[in-house]
Design a protein around this ligand. Structure first.
Ligand code: ADP
Ligand code: MG
Length: 296
């Protein structure tokens, strides 16, 4: 909220002036932001995030927020004496877990974010994939990463069948800020738990977004020695998959990012959400940080 007192007025003015060309360039453009990791659990970072979203909207950019909720789901499961289980970065979702996922994401996390954005002066509206028929899904067929003849049953984890963005477009044209929970619905109106990074990637594609930002709890994609990789192409990503450098939650994150980059989203970044105002800095200043994902 408050800038560090060490910044001189001249430097502040400089920073503001620097934002102008970006504001002009991005006016009217859609930015899909996946909000997750620590940025979502630390109250100060939460407030920063909400303010950034409102500021973007005020200068004529259209932020669309997709949120995750791994830590919050884990806490709720633990309360019920359950423990989350993951296969290839996806949460194994039995019927009871699905209930918890839906309740935590749509009931708690989404509404918290909507409240924070509204407190910061915006008009946020929470949606799940069911609202306005936004996101159809079916059960994910998960093939083993190393043995393609093997399939994993991860329960009610969803694969996106289609996205109808009309509800999102209607809201953003009308000054609202959509906040989307990654829950899809199937032919029988059943619910599916979909990885939020995958949802953000697909949504960015369908909305023809200018940018996709995936806020997370690491500086970006790291190599085997822990060094930040500032730039990655599809081929380099394949190598990192093959040698096991990328694992866990980074697997669906990169998959979602690459999918968007390949489908024409101009810039795709994995950014450290622990840095205050990371999103604003990425969009409105020259500063580049995190990992940029390129299709080639
Ligand atoms: P989020 O809530 O942001 O989706 P995830 O836990 O799902 O967070 O995914 C981010 C995590 O992926 C990191 O915290 C890290 O533990 C893991 N990870 C696996 N491989 C890498 C890698 N090469 N570089 C950075 N993080 C990685
Ligand atoms: Mg994740």
């Amino acid at each position: 909220m408050s800038s560090p007192p060490t910044i001189a007025p001249r430097d502040k003015a400089e920073i503001l002036a620097q934002a102008l060309p970006y504001i002009r360039k991005f006016h009217g453009k859609t930015m899909v932001i996946k909000y997750g990791g620590n940025a979502m659990t630390d109250p100060e970072l939460q407030a920063d995030f909400a303010e950034d979203v409102v500021l973007l909207k005020l200068v004529g950019i259209n932020p669309v927020v997709v949120h995750g909720g791994g830590p919050q789901i884990e806490t709720a499961l633990n309360r019920l004496g359950k423990k989350g289980q993951f296969i290839q970065g996806m949460r194994v979702t039995d019927a009871e877990t699905m209930e918890v996922v839906e309740w935590v994401l749509a009931g708690e996390v989404q509404q918290d974010i909507v409240g924070l954005i509204n407190q910061a002066g915006g008009k946020a509206v929470g949606l799940t994939g069911r609202d306005g028929g936004l996101m159809r899904a079916r059960k994910l067929k998960m093939i083993d990463n190393t043995d393609p003849s093997k399939e994993h049953d991860v329960g009610q984890v969803g694969d996106i069948v289609s996205i109808d963005p009309s509800v999102v477009k209607a809201l953003q044209d009308d000054q609202f800020i959509p906040v989307i929970s990654p829950i899809g619905f199937g032919d029988q109106n059943e619910s599916y738990n979909i990885n939020a990074d995958v949802v953000a990637g697909k949504l960015a594609t369908v909305l023809q977004a200018e940018k996709l930002l995936l806020l997370t709890n690491t500086p970006g994609v790291l190599d085997k020695t822990g060094k930040l990789l500032t730039d990655l192409t599809a081929r380099e990503i394949d190598e990192l998959f093959a040698d096991g450098t990328i694992s866990g939650g980074m697997l669906p994150k990169i998959a979602g990012a690459l999918d968007a980059a390949r489908s024409g989203v101009n810039s795709v970044h994995i950014v450290d959400g622990r840095v205050p105002h990371a999103m604003l800095l990425e969009i409105l200043t020259e500063q580049a940080f995190g990992t940029m994902i390129r299709s080639h």
